[in-house]
Design a binder for this molecule. Structure first.
Ligand SMILES: *Cc1c(COP(=O)(O)O)cnc(C)c1O
Ligand code: SF4
Length: 342
């Protein structure tokens, strides 16, 4: 979730696949708020569900993720991350459409570089889940595409700049692409001698752990670089045995696992919840990396936690947890040389 621009068209595989394949789980995601709420024994009217917000950014929730929501709880932290509600339609000053300046940081088709040494490759605009707080809600998906031609421009830009030693696969969610496609990409990257590390940012191990199949693990294990794998979980309840198993397989393939979370009002703006997230992440082999202040895009203001409260929560975390369990509290500011600590 670290790039706001350049997202290509979401990809859907045309042919039906056998049950058990991750693509089938992907396609079977819940898209109807009424279905999601009925499964939880909740009423749409009580929750402020908004048809307008739904039209602006569709609901999409993998069934396995929905199964981790608490039935009968309208304040469930996982439900709140995905349910389109009236508050999103409020126009709030200071909340824009390109909050993190990605439009200005485009280096080539599919490549964003804001920070020294790290180039971000926008692999695809697709995600398995639609998170309401994400700036992705405003993308023009038709604008770019992940076809082979687009890789070539991106790869040429990386090859031409020896200062880039780390390539970050991002999106959308890069693991939305078929593994064969990802392998094509890393084979081409392996021919660029100054690339020395690979990083993958993906929410899929958490929201669709079926994605971490044998083929994916085999591809990762065969990569020629040290691998950082940044997952995205905002609440301890997002973990279950299937997620633990997926994460264990990623570690088995040699990935260093890190978690980035977004600080979200009504989801995790609580010391006990944040401490539990760090502890649960670590139990699954994942070190806390970043706790982000959200990007100020239209439709997310109701999730915002003010800086004073964010700093107070962060101080409380430091006072409670081992140092390595405390994520860095940061905000992204357009034009900065890196994520800015609060
Ligand atoms: C966030 C981000 C990165 C990664 O920053 P780190 O602090 O190294 O995690 C790299 N490129 C872009 C464009 C980003 O937005
Ligand atoms: S997984 Fe969620 S937060 Fe990440 S890019 Fe997709 S919609 Fe945004």
């Amino acid at each position: 979730m670290i790039t706001a621009a350049l997202a290509p068209a979401p990809q859907e595989s045309p042919a039906p696949l056998p049950a058990g394949r991750w693509q089938a789980h992907w396609r079977q995601a819940i898209r109807d708020p009424a279905e999601l709420l009925a499964g939880l024994g909740l009423e749409a009217a009580d929750l402020g569900v908004s048809a307008q917000a739904l039209a602006q950014f569709p609901l999409r929730v993998p069934r396995g993720f929905a199964a981790r929501m608490r039935p009968g709880d309208p304040a469930d932290p996982l439900l709140r991350q995905v349910l389109p509600v009236d508050a999103e339609m409020r126009v709030v000053p200071g909340f824009s459409f390109d909050a993190v300046g990605d439009g200005a940081a485009k280096k080539a088709t599919g490549v964003i570089q804001k920070y020294r040494g790290r180039a971000l490759l926008v692999a695809t605009g697709s995600c398995a889940i639609n998170c309401r707080y994400c700036f992705r809600r405003h993308f023009d998906y038709a604008g770019e595409n992940a076809a082979r031609g687009a890789w070539e421009e991106a790869l040429a830009a990386i090859a031409a700049d020896p200062s880039i030693d780390e390539v970050i696969l991002s999106g959308g969610d890069p693991l939305a692409l078929a593994t064969a496609k990802l392998a094509e990409l890393t084979t081409a990257l392996a021919a660029i001698p100054h690339v020395r590390r690979l990083r993958i940012h993906s929410r899929l191990p958490v929201v669709l752990p079926e994605r971490v199949d044998d083929e994916l693990v085999h591809w990762l294990a065969g990569l020629p670089w040290p691998l950082a794998f940044v997952i995205h979980a905002n609440h301890a309840n997002e973990f279950d045995a299937s997620v633990d198993a997926a994460l264990a397989r990623l570690r088995g393939a040699g990935a260093q696992l890190l978690n980035q979370a977004v600080l979200l009002r009504g989801v995790n703006d609580d010391i006990d919840v944040l401490a539990a997230l760090s502890e649960r992440s670590f139990a699954a082999g994942v070190l806390p990396y970043y706790l982000h202040q959200l990007d100020r895009v239209q439709g997310v203001a109701h999730f915002e936690v003010d800086d004073a409260r964010a700093l107070e929560l962060h101080a409380a975390l430091r006072a409670r947890l081992s140092g390595y369990l405390v994520p860095k509290l940061v905000r992204e500011i357009a034009g900065d040389t890196g994520k800015r600590p609060l």
